[in-house]
Design a protein around this ligand. Structure first.
Ligand code: ZN
Length: 101
């Protein structure tokens, strides 16, 4: 089970599932210090730009070259982006959200 460190208290409190969800713009709470955490937004934005580019690029190749092998490449690149997302996007601590109402 891969664990990820909280950027605030540096304890390994975050599961792979938490980290993956943060890669999809969700937030998570540290079980140790209760910090509200998210992936670093500028890097996450770049990764999501690459996801979109990946789909457009390979769908275009399928369309123009009539080769469905490119769909396989798209899936492989998607997997690589997921790995980058999970293992290389740093986390940041967010300010505590004030719930109103
Ligand atoms: Zn923490």
């Amino acid at each position: 089970m891969a664990n990820f460190k909280c950027p605030h208290c540096h304890e390994e409190t975050l599961s792979l599932k938490d980290k993956y969800r943060m890669g999809m713009w969700f937030t998570a709470y540290c079980a140790n210090c209760n910090s509200r955490l998210a992936a670093f937004p500028w890097i996450l934005m770049l990764i999501h730009f690459l996801y979109v580019w990946n789909v457009i690029w390979f769908v275009a190749l399928v369309y123009f070259n009539d080769g469905y092998i490119y769909l396989l490449y798209m899936v492989i690149v998607w997997g690589v982006l997921d790995l980058l997302n999970v293992y290389y996007v740093p986390l940041v601590k967010l300010k505590a959200k004030k719930e109103s109402g």
